[in-house]
Write a protein that binds this ligand. Sequence first.
Ligand code: UTP
Length: 408
Amino acid sequence: MKYDEALKKLSQYGQEHVLEYFDELSGEGKAALLQQIEQTDFSVLAKAAKGDKEQKRGVITPIPAMKLSEIAEKKEEYTNKGIGMIRAGKVGAVLLAGGMGTRLGSDNPKGMYNIGLTKDVYIFERLIRNLLDVVEQAGNYIHLFIMTSEKNHEKTVSFFKEKNFFGYDESYVTFFMQDMAPASDYSGKVYMETKGLMSASPNGNGGWFSSMKRAGVLDIVHKAGIEWLNIFAVDNVLQRIADPCFVGATAENHCAVGAKVIKKAAPDEKVGVMCLEDGRPSIVEYYELTKELMEAKDAAGEPAYNYGVILNYLFRVKDLEEIVGREMPLHIVEKKIPYMNEAGETVKPEKPNGYKYESLVLDMIHMLDSCLVYEVVREREFAPIKNPTGVDSVESARALLKQNGVEL
Ligand code: UTP
């Protein structure tokens, strides 16, 4: 893109300040900034300027869940079905590792965090170990796609290489980078990180499938004959990945997606809960759950919105291909964004100073027709690491790992 074209694009969105220091940049710096402008979608910023925070929700009603007792009755049937699908190469796994992990506060990718006490135990290692359990059970490898971002790609890839992929067969691992979105101040003006670089952040975990497509990784999915993708978060060190019983249950119930859920510990626990929204599967975030919804009961007298999602979903690829490219709701999140001050220095703020723009995977669920809500045992499958201490922390995850017999 040429300077004039860049200026024209910026002026459409009131972002001309991005070129303020253009003349001071080196030839390389100029080219890099023009490229960044070319690749950036500024339309998201207009939403902040309009104060367009969250989209309006539809009518929320309860969705039935497949409970532990029901799963136990059909465990063998579902597991056999799932193992068959894995052996036929129909199941792939996608590790969502493009996030910034700001709450944990480490400069490295979250998965490189060492949670060991007497030996090294990295988050990535725990996840690979969990997946290897299924590989051993099925007797064949499962293709693993790892989503990184521009911010952590190189470190993630070299870490896996240095650790020999923690014993996983490297030929079944594919890395791809997710897309970035600009970050702005509260009025919607994009921040500059340096004179030649706009502040940008990964565009949220909802961009995983479109990023996979753009990166050309979908060709591998097609060639390998993968029909289902199990996406999972980097920070839940206890979760079961490509769990044969879950895979079999989702397929046998002819659902477009399966969602692993846990029973809420308390009505006001801070997890998003599964529901129907205007008759389609959906998720209400904890901060959207009104008192009325929190107190609602189902026919059996149980809380009607009682199953929280843990970011472990099994998607049917053909259904994803139908929705890819459709516009997704945009979530405007207040965050700490590094920016350049008047002296030209990059500042890392202590407090939130603007917005990041993200699409979320939970919004994909609502775009699909059917979802199997599949209960798992919290103490066995849910140990998220979001913070260094306290709730959902390194400390709480260590305790849960020990409880499950994992040596640290
Ligand atoms: P979180 O919501 O915990 O966000 O991500 P985060 O950015 O990692 O952490 P904080 O909020 O800054 O502390 C849930 C999952 O989605 C992935 C994360 O890597 C994690 O597995 N994710 C999040 C992405 O892959 N890309 C994103 O843009 C955002």
